[in-house]
Design a protein around this ligand. Structure first.
Ligand code: SF4
Length: 214
């Protein structure tokens, strides 16, 4: 497996026009079904959000950290333990907190400020150290993988494909930078019994996003 630094170099050298070619050949148009923003049966919506994306949404929309994000649940035991990412906050029924539905049509209440993972769904880049949506890819063209979504296979304009490709490249770079930051800034801080520590690229934090102070 390549080092994270080597994968980051590859991500930085990706040609947006080639990613756009791949997206065009797969095809995509959002149908606004809301499937990527809602709970999947009993599984709550789970999508990664970067610390600075949380702060940007907080500041723009006057939210608290916990309104925007929760500790990534993978690896936690009954909500306690150590985790290495943040996930977009969910409602009591497991949908994304920012998902709204009107007359059966879904919308994002923070659309212009939505995280990169949302801007680029259902695509990912085939590079180690980047995040892949749950489940196997259903299609791949060049370096672009496509994941389950009813909007795949539909025509997309060149302009939209290029915008999506640029966001996809940016996301891959940011994911790798975040992974390197998590590795380099890991303090080894362990949570107290029944508590939680999130080790992100900025160090060890509590569930409300404040640094662990010890
Ligand atoms: S932030 Fe917006 S686009 Fe992203 S999952 Fe939530 S509702 Fe959907």
């Amino acid at each position: 497996m390549q080092s994270l630094e080597a994968e980051l170099e590859t991500a930085r050298s990706l040609a947006v026009s080639e990613l756009a070619d791949a997206i065009e050949s797969i095809g995509f148009e959002c149908t606004r079904c809301g499937a990527c923003c809602k709970a999947d049966d009993d599984d709550p919506h789970t999508a990664t959000i970067f610390p600075d994306e949380i702060r940007d949404i907080q500041q723009t929309h006057e939210y608290d950290w916990r309104d925007v994000a929760r500790p990534m649940p993978y690896g936690l035991d009954d909500g306690a333990g150590e985790t290495f990412e943040w996930a977009i906050q969910t409602t009591g029924c497991g949908d994304c907190s920012f998902y709204v539905e009107k007359d059966g049509v879904g919308a994002c209440s923070i659309h212009d400020d939505r995280p990169l993972i949302c801007q680029t769904y259902p695509f990912s880049v085939a590079l180690g150290g980047t995040s892949q949506p749950m489940g196997e890819a259903v299609d791949q063209a060049g370096m672009v993988r496509a994941h389950e979504c009813e909007g795949l296979g539909r025509d997309i304009s060149r302009e939209e494909a290029e915008a999506l490709a640029a966001a996809l490249k940016e996301r891959a770079i940011r994911e790798l930078e975040e992974a390197i930051g998590v590795r380099d800034n890991y303090t080894g801080t362990t949570p107290d019994d029944g508590d939680i520590v999130v080790h992100d690229s900025e160090g060890a934090k509590q569930g409300d996003g404040t640094p662990v102070d010890r």
